[in-house]
Design a protein around this ligand. Structure first.
Ligand SMILES: Nc1ncnc2c1ncn2[C@@H]1O[C@H](COP(=O)(O)OP(=O)(O)O)[C@@H](O)[C@H]1O
Ligand code: SF4
Ligand SMILES: [Mg+2]
Length: 323
């Protein structure tokens, strides 16, 4: 499959806070999203998911590395960025935060058309986007305000605001984190339907591996600025290799294994450890398993290569190979 969106060697470094060293929020990432593919980017809070997503959208300029869309590298020239931001749409996590309380649903959805100066029948375009987002009949929602809608309906308005521009790719940052479980399922089903009906590609950013299971074709697990495991959903969730992925899976309610409690400090991108960046918290190292395999020294001193943007791989000296 040809990649629609590709990141290569992406780094995003922020200046350190209060005399801290610089924060390497994204620290060497390759990632591919194919046409019509849904990729889930998972990892705990603070691991760099939003920063990576924003750099893919051209909202943050990477410190180094490149982003390529439909074969052409992003140049960060303003006219090109504007055209790019029409083809690749961001759907934000908090629908009440991303909707202006004083704008009607109609104006919220039409806003993108106006910003991009899209010609044609605005009313028909807004109606069609609302309808595709599952708000039917659309005219009934035109004059409503965000506070008159449920959380799920607000999220659909945000999705309609993206769809109205007929994007090729949607980047959804924690799209259902703030919704009730019942509404969450509905919104996820909507994203899946859009893929089938419109051939839309999506990057779904989430801290919830269970959600990835329901929606994605492929998964990239991120830890402290790097992707540490990639594969199809089936491969990663049924046969996880990286100890971090295993720990994340072990705390899901349906997990057959005992929960793994991660040792050590929560990760800090200003202080990425030498060796394997996960080593201070790794259960495979702590239990002596890495030592028995003769690899404990490597865990503490040898960094792992950046994983390719596609394919099945884990960045681990002990469990990196096939099981
Ligand atoms: N503008 C910024 N300036 C400095 N540090 C930032 C900035 N944005 C994010 N960070 C830091 O980068 C790291 C990754 O953040 P983020 O990408 O938001 O992670 P996630 O979305 O996985 O929770 C965090 O440690 C965060 O504090
Ligand atoms: S390389 Fe070593 S420390 Fe890192 S995840 Fe694998 S076993 Fe754990
Ligand atoms: Mg985030």
């Amino acid at each position: 499959m040809n990649a629609l969106l590709s990141a290569t060697g992406l780094h995003v470094t922020f200046p350190g806070r209060r005399g801290d060293p610089p924060a390497r929020a994204v620290d060497g990432v390759d990632l591919d999203i194919g046409a019509g593919e849904i990729v889930a980017l998972v990892g705990e809070s603070g691991c760099g998911k939003t920063t990576l997503a924003r750099s893919l959208l051209g909202l943050v300029r990477p410190t180094s590395g490149s982003v390529t869309f439909a074969g052409a590298p992003l140049t960060y020239r303003s006219a090109e960025l504007k055209a790019y931001r029409r083809r690749v749409q961001l759907v934000l996590q908090d629908p009440s935060g991303s909707l202006n309380p004083r704008h009607t649903v109609y104006d919220a959805v039409a806003e993108g058309l106006r910003i991009h100066g899209v010609p044609g029948d605005e009313r028909a375009a807004v109606a069609s986007a609302l309808s595709r987002a599952g708000l039917r009949p659309p005219e009934r929602f035109f004059l409503r305000y965000p506070h008159e809608l449920s959380g799920g309906q607000r999220q659909r308005v945000v999705i309609a605001g993206a769809l109205v521009l007929e994007p090729e790719l949607i980047v959804a940052d924690e799209p259902v984190a703030s919704l009730d479980a019942s509404v969450r399922g509905e919104v996820l089903a909507l994203l899946l339907r859009l893929r089938t009906e419109l051939g839309l590609s999506a990057l779904v950013v989430t801290h919830d591996l269970g959600l990835a299971w329901n929606i994605a074709d492929r998964v990239a697990v991120m830890y402290l600025g790097r992707v540490v495991e990639t594969g199809t959903v089936e491969e990663v969730l049924s046969a996880p290799r990286h100890p971090y992925t295993r720990a994340l899976l072990s705390v899901l309610p349906e997990s057959p294994t005992d929960p793994v409690v991660l040792a050590g400090e929560p990760p800090d991108p200003s202080r990425i450890p030498a060796g394997c960046r996960f080593h201070a918290r790794c259960q495979v190292l702590a239990s002596g398993e890495a030592d028995r395999a003769g690899l404990a020294g490597a865990c503490r001193t040898r960094d792992l290569p950046v994983l390719a943007g596609r394919g099945r791989a884990a960045a681990c000296h002990v469990h990196g190979g096939p099981p």
